[in-house]
Design a protein around this ligand. Structure first.
Ligand SMILES: [Mg+2]
Length: 295
């Protein structure tokens, strides 16, 4: 373990990074796979010196904990926040590394959401059925995540019919009067989520600008209470900064003042102010953490 840690020293400039807001899939780990030991060690160093890691991902809380959070020493997990289901709900951890039961933020708190996803699940099953697809087929994963329903087609030809399925789903969800909508998710799935939820929502709810410091500072709500920081100390990491279709991570910037550092670990996106990393994906993050240059 020591030799691994020595192999990935953090660049000095991370001394001033107080908060990293990061996507998970294709940024910290390949989809469905765990974070690598070397990247987990480098991020453990970062969190160990006080930086807060705020993960915002379309995956479920269980999935993110299994693949990423579990790789951190328990006492350090109190500096990790997880916005699962695109940030529809955010959880933190206590000093023993246990997830705090009450979320820091949840779309469930809206009374209109009561039972909405249970009904959405029934509609998904019925729409699949109308298209000659049995929801119970091998290669189809249907999951009610409480704040989102997800259908994944990792081994099913229906993955190629996502567009017509999304259209049909949205018709039926609207007919039922539910304030949820279906959207393509990743490369193989469909998410049914609360209308208006994207990766900016959780950040807007938990990061509060502090006016007394000339607009330079924020407070972040954590299980330990409010933590102060300056916007200059924030970095946003992701792999989807390409509008109109692959822009899930770009949305995060909508919740932050202009000029907050964003690093793209995905395909080059020619947007002003977004830096594209030397190499993509988790290997790119590891390289970026060790580089002395910030360019
Ligand atoms: Mg991603």
């Amino acid at each position: 373990m020591n030799s691994l840690r020595a192999a990935v020293p953090l660049a000095r400039r991370f001394d001033s990074v107080t908060l990293v807001v990061s996507d998970v899939d294709d940024t910290l780990a390949p989809p469905f796979r765990d974070i690598s030991a070397s990247l987990a060690h480098a991020l453990t160093r970062l969190v160990g010196k006080g930086t807060i890691l705020f993960l915002v991902s379309g995956q479920s809380i269980g999935n993110i904990e299994r693949r990423v959070v579990r790789a951190f020493p328990r006492p350090l997990r109190r500096r990790i926040l997880v916005g699962h289901c695109h940030g529809a709900e955010v959880f933190g951890y206590d000093r023993t590394g246990r997830r705090v039961t009450a979320p820091l933020f949840s779309v469930r708190d809206g009374a209109a959401m009561e039972g909405a996803f249970g009904k959405a699940l029934t509609i998904v099953t019925s729409v699949l059925n109308d298209h000659g697809i049995a929801a119970s087929s091998p290669g189809i994963l249907l999951e009610d995540r409480g704040v989102q329903v997800t259908v994944d087609f990792p081994g099913h030809p229906a993955a190629g019919r996502r567009e017509e399925l999304v259209t049909a789903l949205n018709e039926r969800l609207a007919e039922a009067g539910l304030s949820v909508e279906a959207r393509p998710a990743g490369h193989l799935g469909i998410d049914i989520m609360t209308r208006g939820v994207d990766k900016s929502l959780a950040l807007r709810r938990l990061l509060t600008p502090v006016s007394s410091r000339g607009g330079q500072a924020y407070r972040l709500t954590t299980p330990d209470g409010q933590v102060a920081g300056v916007w200059d100390g924030i970095e946003v990491w992701g792999d989807q900064f390409s509008p109109p279709d692959l822009d899930a991570d770009l949305r995060m910037l909508a919740a932050l003042p202009p000029g907050v550092r964003a690093v793209n670990f995905g395909p080059p996106a020619s947007l002003p102010g977004i830096r594209t990393a030397r190499s993509p994906g988790p290997a790119g993050v590891l390289d970026y953490l060790a580089r002395s240059e910030s360019g």
